[in-house]
Design a protein around this ligand. Structure first.
Ligand SMILES: Cc1cc2nc3c(=O)[nH]c(=O)nc-3n(C[C@H](O)[C@H](O)[C@H](O)COP(=O)(O)OP(=O)(O)OC[C@H]3O[C@@H](n4cnc5c(N)ncnc54)[C@H](O)[C@@H]3O)c2cc1C
Length: 470
């Protein structure tokens, strides 16, 4: 074995979890090898957060034209959508980000090996060309996740697609049936509706984004329905057939038990994601997967598996990790600092913001009202419509702010629905993360007129000093 086959840290997988671990470990003076079998940046950059948000930005512009015409007397219409131009801009943003991540890694001195890698022991890894590497301090598993598919509904890239294929499909469909009302399904339903498609959104649970507060789900479903999306909750797909001349015909059992036939040009399956461990050869080193395929840490404060020195970050982790890129950044920082022997606080998952970038958007931090009550808190709640402030009326899209706090105590959760709430959640994550009480927040003045004034006003009311809330 040559010298350059031994490093301090080996990271397998170069998505947000893996590359953040590598960058931080390198900044702390450790020698790092990062094995990535595809492209650094992973799901988030190439198939997830970035391309989907680029497309949703275009969708917002389209919606803006409709609003301009309908509310503001601007005589404008969307002539047509040039899908190849839209995707070219999207892909350019992805490509520039990709170059940026590559440059960061190079600048940080991370050795990137473009290859799949598998474990050969608790401190050793083999790449596809047969090279063996040893890690002096530890190995970090960061191989992420892939879309879950359903038996009989295997994706074909054009008619039955996952969120991956939807990006690279040849054009925009005239009608879409989206299966799954989590964040990804809701975002894609919203995007396609903005682009003019007939959209049906089917969710088996009794509400959309079921892990969010019930009022968030209610406002979201109302907002999507107002935009013409057929939202079916508590509904189950009984079967679907691909039609000879294109498209699908699906049979859905509605919440009332009726069978409904739904025809669509495209069926988008967004029923969750599964961890990727095939190819890692976990058995060679010891860390086991749980019954859902996640690699659970034995010690969450270090994200270290039952095998000392093998750590795990990102979508490979089970809940309470969140399957979100920014959670994986925090996990990467924690693991790198742990491996470098630098004190690092465990990830506070309750203070990680969760956003759905649809129209309307949802953004939340902390437990829902139901979760707070289940946890035994004596809870007070204030819910305030965004239209209670002038800027909310200007936007004219409804929405709400809901604050969940301990009676005479700290703020536990903040839940937002409406336009631009993805950009409004940051103050709430500090409020929750810093254990602030409503009166602490109420002391701080929000700019007028802004949408975030509604957040300030919700706290003023909770502190007994409300101005505009009846
Ligand atoms: C449509 C969509 C939209 C999303 N939007 C958001 C959003 O707006 N905000 C947000 O926070 N999150 C979002 N996410 C989630 C986010 O993308 C993931 O949480 C994040 O990418 C997880 O990062 P990761 O590093 O764990 O895994 P990944 O990004 O999946 O990276 C894992 C990497 O490991 C590589 N790999 C796998 N096996 C091996 C092996 N054996 N050897 C070498 N390399 C290997 C893969 O090629 C991959 O590049 C979205 C996801 C999707 C699908």
């Amino acid at each position: 074995m040559t010298d350059d086959s031994t490093v301090d840290v080996i990271v397998i997988g170069g998505g947000t979890g893996g590359y953040s671990t590598a960058l931080r470990a390198s900044a702390l003076g450790l020698s790092v090898l990062l094995a990535e079998r595809d492209k650094v940046g992973g799901t988030c950059l190439h198939r997830g957060c970035i391309p989907s948000k680029a497309m949703l930005h275009a969708a917002e512009l389209v919606d803006g034209v409709a609003e301009a015409r309908e509310r503001w007397g601007v005589r404008a219409r969307v002539e047509s959508i040039d899908w190849s131009a839209l995707t070219a801009t999207r892909d350019d943003i992805v490509a520039r980000n990709h170059k940026g991540v590559e440059a960061h890694l190079e600048h940080a001195g991370v050795r990137v090996v473009r290859s799949g890698a598998r474990l050969t022991g608790p401190r050793s890894v083999r790449t596809e060309d047969g090279r063996e590497f040893t890690a002096g301090r530890g190995i970090v598993l960061a191989t992420g996740s892939r879309p879950r598919t359903l038996p009989g509904l295997e994706p074909d890239g054009h008619t039955v697609v996952t969120s991956d294929d939807a990006l690279f499909a040849p054009g925009l469909p005239a009608s879409v049936l989206v299966l799954g009302g989590g964040a990804i399904g809701v975002e894609y339903a919203s995007f396609h509706r903005s682009m003019g498609a007939e959209v049906t959104l089917v969710e088996a649970a009794d509400r959309l984004v079921p892990s969010e507060d019930v009022d968030v789900s209610r406002h979201l479903a109302r907002g999507l329905r107002r935009r013409g999306i057929d939202v079916l909750t508590g509904a189950r797909l009984e079967g679907a057939e691909r039609l000879a001349f294109g498209g699908v015909r699906a049979t859905v059992r509605t919440a009332r038990g009726e069978l409904r036939e739904i025809g669509a040009e495209r069926l988008l399956v967004a029923v969750g994601r599964v961890p990727v461990t095939d190819g890692l050869d976990l058995a060679a080193a010891g860390p086991a997967t749980d019954e859902r395929g996640f690699v659970a840490p034995a010690d969450w404060s270090r994200l270290e598996t039952a095998v000392p020195g093998i750590h795990v970050v990102g979508d490979l982790l089970p809940p309470p990790s969140l399957g979100l890129a920014h959670a994986s950044f925090a996990e990467g920082l924690l693991v790198a600092e742990t491996l470098a022997g630098v004190a690092s606080a465990p990830v506070d998952y309750a203070a990680v913001p969760r956003v759905t970038y649809s129209a309307p958007q949802t953004a939340a931090v902390g437990p829902t009202e139901a979760q707070a009550r289940e946890a035994g808190y004596d809870v007070v709640v204030n819910t305030m419509p965004l239209t209670a402030v002038a800027k909310g009326m200007v936007h004219g899209q409804g929405g709400m702010v809901k604050v969940v706090a301990e009676r005479a105590g700290r703020v536990l959760g903040v839940h937002l629905v409406g336009p631009h709430v993805s950009e409004m959640i940051a103050e709430s994550q500090l409020i929750v993360g810093w254990d602030a009480e409503p009166a602490d927040v109420a002391r701080h003045i929000h700019a007028h007129p802004t949408l975030s004034e509604a957040v300030g006003e919700a706290f003023l009311s909770l502190a007994g000093r409300g101005l505009h809330q009846r």
